[in-house]
Write a protein that binds this ligand. Structure first.
Ligand SMILES: NC(=O)c1ccc[n+]([C@@H]2O[C@H](COP(=O)([O-])OP(=O)(O)OC[C@H]3O[C@@H](n4cnc5c(N)ncnc54)[C@H](O)[C@@H]3O)[C@@H](O)[C@H]2O)c1
Length: 250
């Protein structure tokens, strides 16, 4: 490790999840001070955690007051909290639709909005959102999830345009299949987790699925000063999954 984030302060939502934990761990290894926000409790290894529902504006406002008092500024915000619902629009209730938008889209909006005053105190503020390959192309029975990820892609570009002039970069990472509890909950309903993971690997030209650490490496680069010219972009990391046409699987 090379202290690429030495002296930086980072806030990560979904820090108790598969990808979020890998990001927190990598950031700490690279010298950052890390604050994790998650509704669940995580594996704390060297960072501060707050249990909070990112859809609750009042709860978040109170927490950001505390963060401001204790930490004063932020350099990096990673919006990694998210859920998925495996349904067509016909099967999705309005409550489920509103819930997934509240977490995946409104949560990103609220956390980013409340972070801006703290990011402006950094000379190199930077926000990293979580889109998905599902924001470009669709998986079956994932309609609301796909819609939330498309919204994150558009929001990322809008935020980059609005806040670039004040020195804040904004990007989104769009992973393919990553081996996390979210993926396990998806494959777990459809049979043996190990068999399905093998089938998923075969879908990739690289014959492998992503690990949370792969995604953390890209987040690290985007968060670092090496990426100073990177903003407003959707960074796909998917082992070539979305580069191929279906004929490859004939
Ligand atoms: N795993 C994949 O294959 C994959 C693929 C593409 C994109 N993504 C995206 O990557 C991000 C991280 O996914 P993951 O696979 O680590 O999922 P995960 O389920 O392991 O982690 C998600 C975390 O979000 C937290 N969370 C959920 N609702 C919350 C709320 N209301 N307030 C605060 N925290 C809340 C959960 O407690 C959990 O710790 C998500 O945005 C997901 O959509 C994942």
């Amino acid at each position: 490790m090379s202290d690429r984030l030495l002296g930086k302060r980072a806030l990560v939502t979904g820090g108790a999840g598969g990808i979020g934990t890998a990001i927190c761990r990598r950031f700490v290894e690279e010298g950052a001070e890390v604050i994790s926000l998650d509704i669940a409790s995580g594996k704390l290894v060297g960072w501060t955690e707050f249990q909070v529902d990112i859809t609750d504006q009042a709860e978040l406002q109170e927490l950001f007051g505390k963060i401001q008092t204790k930490w004063n500024w932020l350099d990096v915000v990673v919006n990694a909290a998210g859920i998925e619902i495996e349904k067509t629009i016909e099967e999705t209730t309005l409550a489920e639709w509103n819930r997934i938008f509240a977490i995946n889209v409104t949560g990103t909006f609220l956390v980013s909005k409340l972070s801006l005053p703290l990011l402006r105190k950094s000379d190199k503020g930077n926000i990293i959102n979580f889109g998905s390959y599902d924001g470009f192309i669709a998986d079956p029975k994932l309609a609301a999830y796909c819609a939330t990820k498309g919204a994150i892609h558009a929001l990322t570009k809008a935020m980059a345009c609005d806040h670039g002039p004040e020195g804040i970069r904004v990007n989104a990472i769009c992973p393919g299949f990553v081996d996390t509890p979210m993926l396990e909950s998806f494959v777990g309903e459809n049979g043996s987790v190990q068999d399905l993971k093998k089938d998923i690997e075969k879908l990739h030209p690289t014959n492998t699925m992503g690990q949370p650490e792969d995604i953390a490496s890209l987040v690290l680069w985007l968060a670092s000063d090496e990426a100073r010219y990177a903003s407003g972009q959707l960074w796909v990391m998917d082992g070539g999954l979305t580069a191929q046409v279906q004929q490859m699987n004939l």
